[in-house]
Design a protein around this ligand. Sequence first.
Ligand code: GLC
Length: 406
Amino acid sequence: MTNNQNSWFNEARFGMFIHWGPYSVAGRGEWVANRECIPKAEYAEKYAANFRAENYDPAGWARLARDAGMKYAVLTVRHHDGFCLWDTRTTDFNSVKLGARRDLVADYARAMREAGLRVGFYFSMADWYHPDYPGAFCRDWPQAWPDEAARLRFVDYYYRQLEELMTRYGAIDLLWYDGCIPSPTGGEAINTRIKQLQPEILIANRNGRPWDVQCCEQAIKAAEPGVLWEACMTLNDNWGYHAGDDNWKSAWHVIRLLTETAAQSGNLLLNVGPMADGTIPAESVRILKDVGAWLRVNGEFLPHSGRSPYTWNNWGVTTVKENRIYLHVFKSTGGELCFADIKNRVLAARLLADGRSLSFVQQGNRLFLKGIPPVTGAGAMPFIIVIDVEGVPETLSPQTSFWIAG
Ligand code: GLC
């Protein structure tokens, strides 16, 4: 693990995860081959061959990500189904030989870079299509390799794929591993090689050392201080496109998740699951646009946010940066707001959205802020109060998290 706190990653804070592949044709989530025990030939014929990407517009994806306030993207260049979205020499099960008949990764990397976004590759080591990978239909991850020769063949295969990915598509900023099971997967040797090929790349922590970013899924679990970390989340209940899943998070919910990760100096990698033709579902687009509109006004807290020393309270979330404290007010009936336990002397307070300065009184361990607007109505967006303090924000007493108010 490297200590790289000034990295672009900490400046970014918000990224777009993109799950896209033959499973998008099925429209029943990215585990469809495994859940339905679909034979390889049937999967290739019914889904891979029909994964045509007719309306693939990675520049459009990049625009959407940027408008949402995202700074990087991570595309599933190979998911567990083993289908490669690039022109690989290692297998014919790829998007140039089947379906789209183009190198989707090349177009993605170019478009993201041109839009000023950092380029990430999600790479599943697990591969349900490869003859040496155990457990295409396992109800859980396979626990062992069939034999050492199979394991070595498989490791050589995925090493060659990563060599291609790391040498053909320019600078890659993030390699996001998944499904690195069963062990041993030989991660250290390939990661060392990748660092030679791409000296600036950040590698996620699932395939041995060296790694740079600690990841958690569908949960906010901060890493130790000093370690780059990221929480990834779905926008509904699936990563890959699922035609029957309408359980969308609201823009409010996304903002809450983004605020909570930022409060602990982490990133949120938020997923979209484009349809097989490349179109991002309309509901995802709408939510991301709403988040972006809010961030354009309120996003100051995000780049390089620090670790907030302040625990839970009854109005929202606290983030910090340098000598500033940001009170993210999700719940307020308006009037006066009390923020307890700041050690620092408060110099000024204002509303971030319109810059209106707020009068305040600091009495011992209590700060009273006046003229606070209400947050009314279901789904009403939070607002932010910026407090300038003397020195780095500190608390007066040790903080606990024995119960976090919703
Ligand atoms: C899990 C799933 C996978 C998904 C990933 C995203 O590991 O197996 O389908 O891509 O989470 O974080």
